[in-house]
Design a protein around this ligand. Structure first.
Ligand SMILES: Cc1cc2nc3c(=O)[nH]c(=O)nc-3n(C[C@H](O)[C@H](O)[C@H](O)COP(=O)(O)OP(=O)(O)OC[C@H]3O[C@@H](n4cnc5c(N)ncnc54)[C@H](O)[C@@H]3O)c2cc1C
Length: 420
C-alpha cells in the first residue's frame, strides 16, 4: 500500500514513521524547503511536547467525543513510548514534558533520522496543485485511488493523510492551503481563527502599565451590548502580562480562543482581572484598612508599593477616581470599596487580538462531524486527517503537540490495520 502524507510537520512526520514501520510505502509532500520548521520554534526552542495533566478540558473543538477517543487511543503513554523508541528521552518539569536536552531540534532530528532510515520519500519545495479521488472513468489502475498533481508531475496513491496544519505562524509553512485541499473533497471547514494569542483592549492606559507581569485570575465574558447581560465564557489563573495594547501571557493565551470566537460573532467581549486571586474581597478590604492605619501620611500613589508594581497601583487609583496626592488617611469608605472592586474585578473591554502571525495555533478547521474516531473522512474513503488541520485546539502546555502525535498515531495505525 502506498500512502501520501501532505505536510511534513509534527503530525505528518509521526504519521509517516508509523506508516513506514507498518510496511507502507510512504511519500511526504512538503511545500517548505525542509520539514519540521514549526516544531523547531515550539516551547521557545525547547519543545513542550506533552503534559502529565491530560484532562479533556485542555482541548477545544466541536466534538469532545472524537477528541476523547483520539487521546485515549493515541494516549500520551503510547506516544511517549513511540518517541522513546526513536531515542527521545523525556524531562518532566512540573508536569510539562520536554525532550531531556530541552532542544526542539532534537525532536525534529530523531523524526528526520527515522524518516531517512525507513526509506520514506520526502518531496520538499513541493506545492500540491490538486488531489483527486479517481473513479472508474480514470481506468482500472486509477480506480479508487488518489491522483496527486504537483509541478513535478502526477503521483498515484492508495490513501492520503492531510497533515497541513492551520493558518497560525505562516512563516513556518502552515498557510491554510490544507483547508482548501480538504474543502475540495466537500469537507466543511469551521471558520479558522487565531488562538493562543494576545488580546487588544479598548482602554488608553495600557502604555503606562506595559511590561508588568503578575499572577492573576482572568475571566472572559461576552454580551450582546455594552450594558446588557454578560455570559461568563471561561476563566483561568496564571501569569498575566500587560502590553502596550492590552493583555497577554499564558493565562490570556489560554482564554483567547473563546474571546476571539465571540468577537468574530459580533459580541461585546470583556475581561475581568482579579489581581489578587488568593485573597477574598473582605481580605483586601482589611488589607487596605491596615495600610491606611499603619501609613496614614503616605499618598494614595504610594499606597500599593510593595504589593503591586508602582504603575499598576497608580492605574488602579486613577481608575477609582482617587487623587494620587491625597493622604491615605483621607480615603473614605467609598474610595476603599472602589479600590477593592477594581483590584478584584479590573474590567477591560476586548476589541481585538493578535492575528495568525502572532498566534501559536488556530481554532476551527476540518469539522470533526465529518470524520470517524480514527480520523478517516466520512465523505471520501481513504482520506485521513491528523494534527491542527482538524477543528481542535489545545491550551498552552504541550497539548497541541500531544494532539498532533495522538491523531497521527490513530490515523497511521488504522491504515496499517492495527487499530482496535
Ligand atoms: C511559536 C510556537 C510555539 C509553539 N509551542 C508549542 C509547544 O511548546 N507545545 C505544543 O504542544 N504546541 C506548541 N505549538 C503548536 C504546535 O507547534 C502545533 O500545534 C503543531 O506543530 C501542529 O502540528 P501539525 O503537524 O498539525 O502542523 P504543522 O506542524 O504546522 O505542520 C504542517 C506542515 O504542513 C506543511 N504544509 C501546509 N500546507 C501544505 C501544502 N498544501 N502542501 C505541502 N505542505 C504543506 C507546512 O509547511 C508544515 O510543514 C507552538 C506553535 C508556535 C507557532
Amino acid at each position: 500500500m502506498n500512502i501520501a502524507v501532505i505536510g511534513g510537520g509534527a503530525s505528518g512526520m509521526v504519521s509517516a514513521v508509523i506508516l513506514a514501520q507498518g510496511g507502507c510505502e510512504v511519500s511526504v509532500f512538503e511545500h517548505m524547503p525542509r520539514i519540521g520548521k514549526k516544531l523547531l520554534v515550539t516551547g521557545s526552542g525547547k519543545c513542550n511536547i506533552s503534559n502529565t495533566d491530560m484532562d479533556l478540558s485542555h482541548f477545544h473543538g466541536t466534538s469532545k467525543t472524537v477528541i476523547k477517543s483520539v487521546l485515549e487511543y493515541g494516549s500520551p503513554d503510547k506516544t511517549r513510548a513511540f518517541f522513546e523508541k526513536l531515542g527521545l528521552f523525556y524531562k518532566d518539569r512540573n508536569g510539562f514534558l520536554y525532550p531531556y536536552c530541552e532542544q526542539a531540534s532534537a525532536v525534529v532530528d530523531i523524526l528526520r533520522f527515522a524518516i531517512r532510515d525507513l526509506g520514506i520519500d520526502v518531496y520538499t519545495d513541493t506545492d500540491i496543485r490538486r488531489i483527486i479521488k479517481c473513479d472508474r472513468s480514470y481506468g482500472p489502475e486509477h480506480e479508487d485511488r488518489f491522483l496527486i498533481e504537483t509541478a513535478d508531475g502526477k503521483f498515484l496513491f492508495d490513501k492520503v493523510v492531510l497533515c497541513c496544519g492551520s493558518k497560525a505562524a505562516r512563516n513556518t509553512g502552515s498557510d491554510g492551503s490544507g483547508y482548501k485541499l480538504a474543502g475540495s473533497f466537500g469537507h466543511s471547514i469551521i471558520k479558522p481563527l487565531p488562538a493562543l494569542t494576545s488580546l487588544i483592549c479598548e482602554e488608553t492606559f495600557y502604555p503606562s502599565i506595559a511590561g508588568i507581569r503578575t499572577k492573576a485570575c482572568v475571566r472572559v465574558y461576552a454580551g450582546r451590548g455594552k450594558t446588557g447581560d454578560f455570559e461568563l465564557l471561561a476563566q483561568d489563573e496564571g501569569e498575566l502580562q500587560i502590553t502596550k495594547t492590552g493583555i497577554s501571557g499564558i493565562v490570556v493565551f489560554n482564554l483567547s480562543f473563546c474571546a476571539i470566537r465571540a468577537l468574530d460573532e459580533g459580541r461585546v467581549v470583556k475581561a475581568s482581572i482579579d489581581f489578587l486571586p488568593e485573597i477574598s474581597d473582605d481580605g483586601i478590604n482589611g488589607y487596605i484598612r491596615s495600610r491606611i492605619g499603619s501609613q496614614p501620611d503616605r499618598t494614595a500613589e504610594e499606597m500599593f508599593i510593595g504589593l503591586f508594581a508602582k504603575p499598576l497601583g497608580i492605574c488602579i487609583c486613577k481608575r477609582c477616581g482617587i487623587d494620587l496626592g491625597i493622604k491615605c488617611s483621607e480615603l473614605d469608605e467609598t474610595d476603599i470599596a472602589r479600590l477593592c472592586e477594581c483590584i478584584k474585578r479590573f474590567d477591560t473591554v476586548i476589541t481585538g487580538y493578535g492575528g495568525f502571525d502572532q498566534a501559536q495555533v488556530a481554532q476551527g478547521g476540518v469539522s470533526l462531524d465529518e470524520v470517524t474516531e480514527y480520523l478517516e473522512s466520512t465523505l471520501v474513503n481513504g482520506l485521513y486527517f491528523a494534527g491542527e488541520i482538524l477543528d481542535v485546539n489545545g491550551d498552552c502546555g504541550g497539548y497541541n503537540l500531544q494532539w498532533a502525535a495522538s491523531s497521527a498515531m490513530c490515523v497511521a495505525e488504522h491504515i496499517i490495520g492495527v487499530y482496535n
